[in-house]
Design a protein around this ligand. Sequence first.
Ligand code: S3P
Length: 174
Amino acid sequence: MLPPKALMMKNIVLTGFMGTGKSEVARELSRLCGMRLIDIDQEIEKTQGISIAEIFSRHGEEYFRIIETAAILQFASEQGVVISSGGGAVLREENLKALQAHGIIFCLTASPETIRLRTAGNNNRPLLQCDDRQVRISELLKERQPFYERAGIMINTEGKTPLEVANEIIGKIS
Ligand code: S3P
């Protein structure tokens, strides 16, 4: 399916908590719409030459947030691309404004339990490395909920495949 002409110039931006399926849905959107995909975390890993987890452990979260903003500001002004941002990207006003200026933002959601199941066995997310992941997820979600709500259009991914979510997003834009 091709996106409407008006959208060709705008970016489709995905945000939302870790484990809500942003990367997979972004890949489907990119494929379905024939739009280039930019994954902010992957771009950061490319320029830094190390993984996100390594960036956190070597330099700390604050450093990561600075380079995350730099990457967002660099790519947000592209035209007609799909951007998958990290789960903390919209916490900074600067990032949100840049992404909103050139794109339509969709915020993917899922329940804390689904997020725990989807992120289980994955040790690449420094913010979820703790004794009780379920509690950590619930706390972070509560803290971030207002940021996600004002970032963009909420899309519940519960019980849906990435393809179904991508089609739902296309339906909202068309
Ligand atoms: C983060 C989410 C991660 C990554 C980093 C911080 C967050 O991306 O950017 O670990 O603050 O929620 P994903 O949402 O793709 O896991």
